[in-house]
Design a protein around this ligand. Structure first.
Ligand code: XMP
Length: 523
């Protein structure tokens, strides 16, 4: 059976957790997609899900223009699980009542299971002392709550602030959870989702890594046939996995282009060439365009202007070099599922999306047909695929690196000497993080070059040199982040090594700003 044959649809009401819901379903081995609530009945019927999950959302079901459940959802004859807003919308639709509560309930809560239902049977954290009632530890985040349930539903669970924390209609397979089973703060959440997708909706585990790879290889071969495909390799995870996948599917029909912007990290271009060209035998054309980029950036200090220049020069070189290769009909891109979701939601008008200024955002008028084999995958799935295709762990689990590279980590004007200093300092920081087991504990870490001079003493001599800032953050989604509490001993070693080993640096500082208000990058 094809991995898409049995699938679950997540209808999104704007929750920050919608992507997490879809990922949890996929962790059960079941394919899932997220669509905005306005998607339309025809699309939903064509998709033919075996079950539907209605997400939470920031709005109130009591508002005049509040998001609505698409009309066909309850006509399809499939189970439906409403989470938070989704539960409230479902309760209202069947004749229940929702009210605003004076107390917003946010954080950990305990749900007492007063009844049993197919969704929760045998799933509990403990039995309450004395009453022997089953209890679930859950994560709540809501203002409104259901205050009366429709006739055909049973009240299954109660929490202090939610008289209806779990409701069920076992005959129809309709369930409502006021809490969020998708977040890790609900310890039994994954079991509830598994119960829903496997036992209640009847989905088998067809979404497995081996199926995904096999189907992707077949699809690429069928699309590309005997023709050539061009891929811009950046050294980042997504383009690396595309390269490994395409190489396995079509071998020498794949031509990769690796443009060294002169703004890459320590030995990055050598590593990319080693992995792809030497180890995997991929055909890679490497272009050292450092001088070209430095010349175009000369005197430019505004961050957005730098991004524009880097993006423009990248495209110029890519176009020039690809023309030189003759007529290549296909262009491969490392678009992944979150990019697809963000643009779908942007066109829905419901969300403001983060603007990416990726180097390699190629113009639409380039005459290529696109191959985007990662379009359906979340980042963690892309990473697992990369390992399976033989890419080194280091490459697949590396921290994100912005498209404009070190160009946005040298504040103000870019000078080759600043690049050298930053590269060396960053390399020391990364090596120590790895050596002391901290690299994988932070989401992103890097050094920043500050073009200000500060006084220091080396030996007996007074030194007047540049400042390096270290940044390390922990985050789930990169939209908000905490600065990482790295051990003082580690910071001490890094700082000493940088000042002693990198000529031109007199001082090292550690950035302790959260996002918000600061962004992760300095520019
Ligand atoms: P900020 O600085 O906005 O960064 O908190 C959030 C995440 O996005 C990355 N980032 C970029 N990635 N081009 C990119 O491809 C860019 O111009 C860019 N700016 C920031 C940043 O590294 C972090 O992971």
């Amino acid at each position: 059976m094809h991995s898409h044959q049995q699938k679950i649809l997540v209808i999104d009401f704007g929750s920050q957790y919608s992507q997490v819901i879809a990922r949890r379903i996929r962790e059960c081995g079941v394919y899932s997609e997220i669509v905005p609530w306005r998607i339309g009945d025809d699309w939903i019927r064509d998709f033919a899900p075996l079950g539907i999950i209605l997400s939470g959302g920031p709005e109130s079901t009591l508002g005049t223009d509040s998001p609505k459940i698409p009309p066909c959802v309850f006509d399809l004859g499939v189970p439906v699980l409403g989470i938070c807003y989704g539960m409230q919308a479902m309760a209202l639709q069947f004749g229940g009542a929702v009210e605003s509560s004076k107390h917003r309930e946010y954080g950990a809560a305990t749900v007492n299971l007063k009844q049993t239902c197919r969704l929760t049977q045998g799933i509990e954290d403990r039995y309450q002392d004395g009453s022997l009632e089953a209890q679930l530890d859950v994560w709540m985040s809501h203002g409104d709550r259901v205050t009366a349930i429709p006739a055909e539903f049973t009240a299954v669970g109660v929490s202090t602030n939610s008289p209806y924390a779990i409701i069920a209609n076992d005959d129809k397979g309709y369930y409502g959870l006021q809490f969020h089973p998708e977040v890790t703060h609900t310890p039994q959440g994954q079991r509830l989702i598994e119960r829903f997708v496997h036992d209640i909706c009847g989905c088998a585990s067809l979404w497995t890594l081996s199926n995904i790879i096999e189907e992707s290889l077949a699809k690429v071969k069928e699309t590309v046939k005997g023709e050539q495909v061009l891929l811009g390799l950046s050294g980042g995870v997504d383009s690396a996995v595309v390269a490994a996948l395409l190489h396995r599917a079509i071998g020498k029909q794949l031509i990769c282009m690796f443009i060294d912007t002169g703004l890459l990290r320590h030995e990055e271009s050598t590593k990319v060439m080693d992995v792809f060209s030497k180890n995997l035998g991929v055909r890679v054309i490497a272009i050292d365009a450092s001088e070209h980029f430095y010349a175009a950036l000369k005197g430019v200090s505004d961050p957005e202007e730098k991004r524009k220049v880097i993006g423009r020069v990248f495209i110029e070189i890519f176009e020039r070099e690809s023309k030189a290769l003759g007529d290549i009909p296909f262009l491969a891109q490392g678009t992944i599922y979150p990019d697809v979701i963000e643009s779908a939601h942007a066109s829905d008008g419901a969300h403001v999306i983060k603007s990416h200024h990726n180097v390699g955002g190629l113009p639409k008028d380039m005459k290529f047909k696109l191959v985007e084999p990662l379009r359906e995958l979340f980042k963690d799935e892309v990473r697992k695929m990369g390992l399976e295709l033989g890419l080194p762990y280091d490459m697949v689990y590396r921290h994100p690196f912005p498209g404009p590279g070190l160009g946005v980590r040298i504040l103000g004007k870019i000078h080759p000497e600043y690049v050298r200093i930053l590269r060396e300092a960053d390399h020391i920081f990364m090596s120590e993080l790895k050596a002391q087991g901290w690299y994988d504990k932070v989401s992103q870490a890097f050094a920043v070059f500050l073009p200000v001079k500060s006084v220091g003493v080396v030996g007996d001599a007074r030194q007047y040199d540049y400042v390096i800032a270290l940044r390390a953050v922990q985050t789930i989604d990169f939209m908000t982040a905490h600065w990482a509490h790295l051990p003082y001993e580690l910071l001490d070693i890094v700082s000493n090594r940088i000042v002693n080993e990198v000529s031109g640096v007199s001082r090292v500082v550690y950035d302790i700003s959260g996002k918000p208000p600061a962004t992760i990058e300095w520019e």
